[in-house]
Write a new protein. Sequence first.
Lengths: 490, 490
Amino acid sequence: MSKGITSRNEDYSQWYNDLVIKADLAEYSAVRGSMVIKPYGYAIWERMQADLDARFKETGHSNAYFPLFIPKSFFSKEASHVEGFAKECAVVTHYRLTNDEDGNIVVDENAKLEEELVVRPTSETIIWNTYKGWIESYRDLPIKVNQWANVVRWEMRTRLFLRTAEFLWQEGHTAHATKEEAVEETKLILDIYADFTENILGVPVVKGLKTESEKFAGALDTYCIEALMQDGKALQAGTSHFLGQNFAKAFDVKFTTREGKQEYVWASSWGVSTRLMGALIMAHSDDAGLVLPPKLAPIQVVIVPIYRSEEEKSQVDEYVNALTESFKKKNIRFKYDDRDTHRPGFKFAEWEMKGVPLRLTVGARDLKNGTVELARRDRQTKESISQEGLTEHVENLLDTIQENIYTKARDFRDAHITEVNSYQEFKEVLENKTGFISCHWDGTEETELKIKEETKATIRCIPLDAEKEEGNCVYSGRPSTQRVLFARAY
Amino acid sequence: MSKGITSRNEDYSQWYNDLVIKADLAEYSAVRGSMVIKPYGYAIWERMQADLDARFKETGHSNAYFPLFIPKSFFSKEASHVEGFAKECAVVTHYRLTNDEDGNIVVDENAKLEEELVVRPTSETIIWNTYKGWIESYRDLPIKVNQWANVVRWEMRTRLFLRTAEFLWQEGHTAHATKEEAVEETKLILDIYADFTENILGVPVVKGLKTESEKFAGALDTYCIEALMQDGKALQAGTSHFLGQNFAKAFDVKFTTREGKQEYVWASSWGVSTRLMGALIMAHSDDAGLVLPPKLAPIQVVIVPIYRSEEEKSQVDEYVNALTESFKKKNIRFKYDDRDTHRPGFKFAEWEMKGVPLRLTVGARDLKNGTVELARRDRQTKESISQEGLTEHVENLLDTIQENIYTKARDFRDAHITEVNSYQEFKEVLENKTGFISCHWDGTEETELKIKEETKATIRCIPLDAEKEEGNCVYSGRPSTQRVLFARAY
């Protein structure tokens, strides 16, 4: 932990990579584009999982598990779906290795699969093929199922957490008797994602609708939450898709209505992934390392003892034991770092890098004075405060930090939504100020693609709360009825 | 739920399959040998996961995540390991699909991988390749990491939960500075597995050591827990491997000792899988369906209202609401099944099939009498009891049921460990009485394989608590110093 990391100003991209490595979150593996999520990084992901999972269950969803492999023929049944994913699929073609004449391990050509299997990039096809057997009548609906799983998309350029060949996610797949219910579900999940991302991760988001060219392959509508990173680039943090009857038709899933008619089932699907780790890191962290919001932090308070003798150590131990008993009662997640293999300065740097919200230092002098030293990670400030009422103080401070982290990110985001009314202005803001650009667009894919080609900016979403406003497309000058958000994005 | 299932006596194997399907636990998918774990089955697996995960964390383990794909060359580095797994590996050879001239979706031959990737059947090789980067000195040890993951072994004959091409499991991989510490870890985990299986699943196990021919490919010693199913066949429910320095040597993982020497790292690995679902089902269930031990059951008490009018229904509702408030305080997991789409008899059969430990029925007459009807799933008995002190009664009854289920399985198992002293007796017991056969064996692989060929019985384990006893091998007559356990097994 002795060396620091590249600063954001110097090289934002390198800063991100350094941080992920130095904070022990993840690393590249020997398998091209695949990462290893290290214990500390995984502990943060586990906390995301637990919170989301509870929200899904509270709203009537159950978990299940569907196969990793998808027969190629299933994959091809929904035309736009296969078009969207075919170019990035890992394909299993054989089921055995063997020794060649020289004793090398090779693929056994006698064990070729009749039909190749695609490693799931997403599970709509295998799940809708399964739902066909589960659904006969309206009594079997709705089905509200989620799975926590790994998926594979063969990305050419990868970045830890943001874009990896294999990643972890949850994917919900619901089946409904009516269009209204499926749309309602799609929006319910979008709200859950937004609330979770803002209140737990402390990352403000814009809820919106994707354009035709940006939506999920196989969806009628893709809703999304879009976040803004500190370098002014946007990041799609979660998506919820209204699939209409596309997959029900592709897999012939009909149900008998209350009136005895046969109708195709309506569907939604939705997911967030380990990409959220990237959003978390890039929204809050600084040149000293990770900054974690307390509600998410696996360790909220790290306690470091300062001592010069065994006697002093045991006095500190005694105090810390009493204090942490009181922490436990308040469900404050703490770690007493009394390793004797490392010096305090090393520990300070390590926990700062790992983003622990509060560091509490106790030494012999503190014990004499009835104080402790408390350091806030979010502001990098420290103060000596009384031991009296310390637990309550810590509890309140954790809430304050959570709020501060969110407010800071929101102020930054709000300051980086810029209304522009000309293409010249658009390009200037994109180059210099960065962030979201709110402007009129003529609604055509042609314009969208031209802007993308010329500036690398894409329409992040059509915000759900956008007001109707007459205007003219910044690119074509054609009439438009509302503003959309453009940005360069991860 | 109207139809029952095949009885155990009629066809045990069909009974098992029927039960898995009818109790909504799992089903075969369209992908050869892969299963779909349905929400109710997955809820049971989630409870297993939560309990085990807490035990791992209490004993100092952290979760992490390693890649699904393993380069073929890694896989080949530990000789016995690759020999053990090569014949059942799914292999990824391409990373793209494309359209052929006729518009069909085919594998893109231009997207062939330089080195094929094996879908992990277990992760020792990729993990030890990673640990190489994590370990420099004794300060970096021990590493105690677990992952919850899916693995693939291309089995030719599959059975739901027991043997599927893809299954879910946890795999722990630890690294230690000394042999003693690695062995201690291996045994600690064995004890955790045994305690969990006996106290939560209610399935008694024998702890033992595998013979050379049955041990894990790459291990020095494989410890196991062996359970007995109601048909007298054994089932390996979990394994914990002492890997010695095999993988450290294969991946060149050395560390600097306190004394400044370079030594290879010592290792353990250990796992339990969705196979435990099979053990659970076959240890306790009956011809009416699943029987769940209360500590594991996602629903411990199902409450079914009986009513003839809306007025009666609302009276029952009122009572049930008060009762379930009291259940919540005691953390009793309940479901109020007041669906108006199904009749009580249907509900009774459904929850019986799904193994819910207690069914509580409340009707208008009960309200008048101050009673409820309570039915026990494990004994298929019911009684009318007073509403007074009902919550405490239910709480105690759940403990009683947990104990009863375990005791019943243990008595059955104990009655099916038969000491034999001749090969004739061995074969008779195997054919007629079934179960574990405790006998002397000469310690040679030759004898072990001959017995296996002739009888299909294998050495399940050399029990850890076996007493030293002079004797003669039932097959060869050669001298032996302790008895081992043979059985036919899943």
